[in-house]
Design a protein around this ligand. Structure first.
Ligand code: ZN
Length: 501
């Protein structure tokens, strides 16, 4: 999909920052406001609407399709506000048409009423690092069956895949979901990983040797219909620059799981987003050589002071250019000894082989006390909190890779729990995983919060995540574009199949 660059800058919430950084802040106030209004009227990122018809595989999981009123329910709006109690939320024609206290909201005739007593409505999550494939130490599996079902079952209604192992499998999955043939979240497809030369056998990444190659590869994937591309740890600055310049002409955005290029340099080259919080940033590695991934990067996080001038300087560079950061604490947690708590639902979703591979890896990390030291993991948490408190746009995702313990959807929920452990309040952590993600994708006008006029993308959970964040796991129903899906039925369908298909 194509979209105006200026539109996406606004949607990422950095319009005013950008004005200031370009020295145009002297513009008279009223002119600036008029310009902002005009720009806001520009088309935003195209969002797939609900299909006209659903095929049998999708209908299997749909429990409500039509006007709905959820009554007497607690609402967490996704914007960081305290929850509102005793609300009625009306969904009609795929949109949220009313939200308000009982009695103040007219329920349309014929609407199905759902009693929300003891329950909470929150926006569908926007997963920013939500691959359609899965790995353990023993397997890499394109998961076009289990990924979309489990994301949706866990309340993730939009995902960006953020690095495709098989881009055509992802493009075909997206088309299938958009047509209504298969149930799933709204998908933003990211093309193949762009790295440097020297990939080994079995790699599915593109090793960019020079700038001409970078431009050619990017133009090709733009034409094939991806909306983002992701740089990986070996890319050179020259290839990155050529790729970004070419891709921006086509309306593509770029993110990176970096190492060879530090964050501040990538920001200067025009990258739009950065993945993995602190854990892919070589800004602080004094041993680093230009264009090379240093083995000392992880060590450079030891004793890093997140309130130091060098960290503030990274944040300022990102915030000035409107570059967001994606939190994927959940995949790093897998390498911290004796974490995360083992969840039965996670083990139940895995195939026997995938489960054995995960449990073996987990036991090895614990027995040898290898992996990521807890102290560095906690520094990563502090870094994300400090970035957000400094005014940075932090989003959230799962990254269902590593040793296989972070699953589609369940891992997105776990990442929200980890953000709370990092010091965010529960409603702030939910904001990171909902409206902030929508802002990164340029679709905040359509989704990411509970507000009248937005797409009816929301999750009904039992309990109160604002006081007990683990309650975001108690998903009962998930609405995407106003269509209600039965979470338990989707969970049952993937049982034993993660790691197979
Ligand atoms: Zn990833």
């Amino acid at each position: 999909m194509r979209r105006a660059r200026v539109g996406s800058i606004i949607e990422s919430g950095s319009f005013f920052v950008l004005l200031a950084s370009e020295g145009r802040s002297a513009m008279p106030n009223r002119t600036a406001q008029a310009a902002a209004l005009l720009l806001l009227a520009l088309p935003t990122a195209a969002v797939a609407q609900r299909p006209a018809n659903f095929g049998p595989q999708a209908r299997e999981y749909i429990s409500v399709d039509g006007a709905v009123a959820i009554t007497n329910v607690r609402v967490i709006d996704g914007m960081g506000a305290a929850p509102s109690e005793g609300q009625t939320v009306v969904l009609s024609g795929g949109k949220i048409t009313a939200v308000g206290p009982a009695g103040s909201v007219a329920v349309p005739a014929g609407a199905r009423t759902i009693d929300g007593s003891g329950k909470t409505v929150l926006p569908g999550m926007v997963g920013l690092h939500d691959h359609s494939y899965y790995t353990t130490a023993g397997r890499v599996v394109q998961s076009s069956f289990t990924a979309p079902l489990l994301y949706l079952a866990a309340g993730v209604t939009t995902v960006r895949t953020t690095g495709a192992n098989n881009p055509y499998a992802e493009l075909n999955l997206k088309r299938s979901v958009d047509r209504g043939d298969f149930p799933g979240p709204r998908l933003f497809i990211t093309g193949p990983y762009l790295t440097g030369p020297g990939n080994g056998a079995g790699s599915t990444m593109v090793g960019l040797n020079n700038e001409e190659e970078a431009r050619r590869v990017v133009a090709y994937w733009a034409a094939e219909g991806v909306s983002w591309l992701k740089f990986y740890t070996g890319v050179s600055r020259a290839a990155m620059k050529a790729a970004i310049d070419e891709g921006h002409k086509h309306g593509l955005k770029f993110t990176g799981h970096l190492c060879s290029v530090p964050y501040k340099e990538a920001v200067a080259l025009g990258i739009d987003q950065l993945e993995h919080g602190l854990f892919a940033n070589s800004d602080y590695d004094k041993t680093r050589k230009p264009d090379q991934c240093s083995p000392n990067m992880m060590g450079s996080f030891s004793n890093l002071d997140v309130s130091s001038e060098e960290v503030k300087s990274t944040f300022k560079a990102m915030i000035d250019k409107g570059v967001g950061l994606t939190s994927t604490l959940v995949v790093y947690e897998l390498f911290v000894p004796n974490r995360p708590p083992l969840e039965q639902r996670v083990l139940d979703a895995m195939s026997t082989d995938a489960k054995n591979e995960y449990l073996t890896s987990r036991a090895q990390i614990a027995a040898t006390n290898s992996g990521i030291p807890l102290e560095i993991f906690k520094t990563g948490m502090k870094y994300e909190l400090a970035f957000a408190k400094a005014g940075g746009l932090l989003g959230s995702g799962v990254d269902p890779t590593g040793n296989g313990g972070a699953l589609f959807g369940y891992g997105d929920q776990r990442n929200v729990e980890l953000l709370v452990e990092a010091g965010f309040t529960p409603v702030e952590a939910i904001q990171v995983a909902t409206s902030n993600g929508a802002k990164v994708l340029g679709i905040f006008g359509q989704t990411g919060s509970i507000a009248v006029g937005k797409n009816a993308d929301l999750v009904l959970v039992s309990g109160n995540p604002a006081s007990r964040i683990a309650d975001i796991k108690n998903v009962e129903m998930v609405f995407r574009d106003g269509v209600g899906y039965d979470s338990a039925k989707m969970v049952a369908a993937v049982r034993g199949l993660v790691g197979v298909r």
